[in-house]
Design a protein around this ligand. Structure first.
Ligand SMILES: [Zn+2]
Length: 165
């Protein structure tokens, strides 16, 4: 109950109060564009599973009727391998860069876990901290959530404050 009230009060300032206040406009629901490869799809499914396991309830779903698209298209920014569009919620991935710089499964999973984090409104963890939400993950890849991620997830993501459990 305490948690719900806090979420509603926070949300009123931003998007109004509903049962999915902790989500952004995608509400954790995504679908694949036809140009996403099988390997990328596999990594995205696993990233969603790991998010749900980490939070302890289903917060990311990939379904044919999903709200926000995951699609492939070259990204001009030389440093970016994937990008989450704030206005549409879409997740764009750059296949060429993934093949070159993020070819193994754990790296691809971390990539999707990172972008799903942004879709909840989470930002990057501070410079020097390790974690999925680090802005400087690749090539020094962190493949699992860390306490720094948990803190950011409690601030802006779907995680519940530890003291309210
Ligand atoms: Zn990022």
């Amino acid at each position: 109950m305490g948690v719900l009230i806090r979420l509603c009060l926070t949300a009123l300032l931003v998007v109004g109060c509903s049962t999915s206040v902790e989500m952004t406009n995608c509400e954790g629901s995504f679908y694949f564009d036809s140009n996403v490869t099988f390997d990328e799809e596999k990594s995205a499914y696993e990233a969603a599973r790991r998010w749900n396991e980490w939070v302890g309830r289903p917060v990311v779903r990939i379904e044919s009727s999903g709200r926000c698209r995951i699609f492939e298209d070259p990204i001009k920014d030389a440093t970016a391998i994937a990008y989450r569009w704030p206005d549409t919620g879409e997740i764009q991935i750059d296949q060429k860069k993934i093949v070159l710089r993020c070819p193994d499964e754990s790296c691809r999973e971390a990539l999707f876990m990172h972008e799903f984090g942004h879709s909840f409104g989470m930002g990057h963890i501070p410079d020097g901290e390790r974690g999925i939400m680090s802005a400087h993950r690749i090539p020094d890849v962190d493949v699992d959530f860390t306490p720094a991620d948990r803190l950011e997830c409690e601030r802006h993501g779907p995680c519940v404050y530890a003291d309210e459990l």
